[in-house]
Design a protein around this ligand. Sequence first.
Ligand code: SAM
Length: 311
Amino acid sequence: MSQEFNHITVMLQEAVDALITDPDGFYIDGTFGRGGHSSLILSKLSQKGRLLAIDKDLDAIAEAQRRFVNDERFLIKHGSFSEIEQFVAEQEMVGQVTGVLLDLGVSSPQLDDPSRGFSFQSDGPLDMRMNTTVGESAADWLNRAAEAEIADVLFHYGEERFARRMAKAIVEARQKAPILTTARLANIVSEANPRWEKGKNPATRAFQGIRIHINRELEEIEACLDQTLDVLAHQGRMVVISFHSLEDRIVKRFIRRHVKGDEHLPSGIPFTQAMLNQRLKSKGKAIKASEEEVKLNPRSRSAVMRVAEKC
Ligand SMILES: C[S@@+](CC[C@H](N)C(=O)[O-])C[C@H]1O[C@@H](n2cnc3c(N)ncnc32)[C@H](O)[C@@H]1O
């Protein structure tokens, strides 16, 4: 286990303050990571309160077991937050959850540990799976996918404007020898990048795109948000911290859709509020990390937190 890699929790106080409305409640931390949010949540709960935490990453699970094994209010599940409804059903708590927190994306230990294969800055096996027990590694996918599919991933998930050139370079390179390491991939995409953005590694966007694809990150957020609405109690809260616009767009649109309710009622017919089926209330605007936090932890610069409450 990668003990030496730490994670600084982003928007710790703000997220936990927004989440907890009842110290006796049942809460879910869908992205345990290194337990920064979980730890503060537990400190705010009474002896009756409970916290179910989820993470895809086995190192995160080991950390949860190590730190909270003696706390009877705490339970950790290895798996995806897109299985949230099943995890809650196992606890017979569907419709009774007080709050769900999601702190999206990768943790610092995942990024910093070269053996996980997320980093373009140090060499390691090209894996990039948060859950190393299932699915295809980045190397397996990159060495078999069609050029057009690779280009689509780099373009849509990496927002990389040189996606086509990079995909072509990847396919040419793998014909010489399979691409198995992060350093080789970083070299290939950097060389195919004709205009490096100031202050940004030329491989940043390609790595982001591949990571999102390999972990099905956006699909899993969509699935989790839908299920979260079902598991929450009346006035239960969802608190979501996103780190890039692709994630935040999904969260923003989801909240907006359920705040508005059903838009497809027949026109000209009077309808009641209940017929709109509004399922969420937005709690304030999107919140960014404070200047002070950004100074201490530059990773928090891109964080956006949204909070909504079930009607
Ligand atoms: C930004 S970190 C969370 C950090 C945590 N809040 C803390 O304070 O330590 C994101 C974590 O979510 C996990 N994760 C990302 N997507 C996931 C998913 N679909 N299901 C479960 N865990 C996921 C990652 O493995 C990572 O450990």
